[in-house]
Write a protein that binds this ligand. Sequence first.
Ligand SMILES: [Zn+2]
Length: 148
Amino acid sequence: MAATGGGTISINAIYVRRATNDFGMVIHELTHVVQSYHRGNTPGWLTEGIADYIRLSHFEPQARRPRINPEKASYTDAYKTTAIFLEWVEKKCDEQLVKKLNQAAREGKFQIELFKDYTGKTMDELWAEFADTLRAKPNITATNSPAK
Ligand SMILES: [Zn+2]
């Protein structure tokens, strides 16, 4: 429905006529303009995850979050899965995490080891803890009990 390249955002006209209030999609694409990451150093899942992190955390904090399946998902799934994971890591370990990752990516200095530098834990350790929090939560949307 939309793509960004070389500072130009292209949005499908048919889509946007039907979804005239999808500002979140525009925020995601605008984030890509600001990112201008050195693609050789920054994995695509992180680029897309940060774009959705900006969308979810800063512009749509009240929006309904997708349920992440801890048995199938990974931080490399990109988009909202990575965004929600980054948000969780920030709350748990380092409130400046995404800001620092963004800076490193813009300078072409991103490495996966930065997560350990910033949080004291590897990505796999962080993901395992995050997945455990997902397992601990009851699936509220699946309950079907009548209101009292
Ligand atoms: Zn994107």
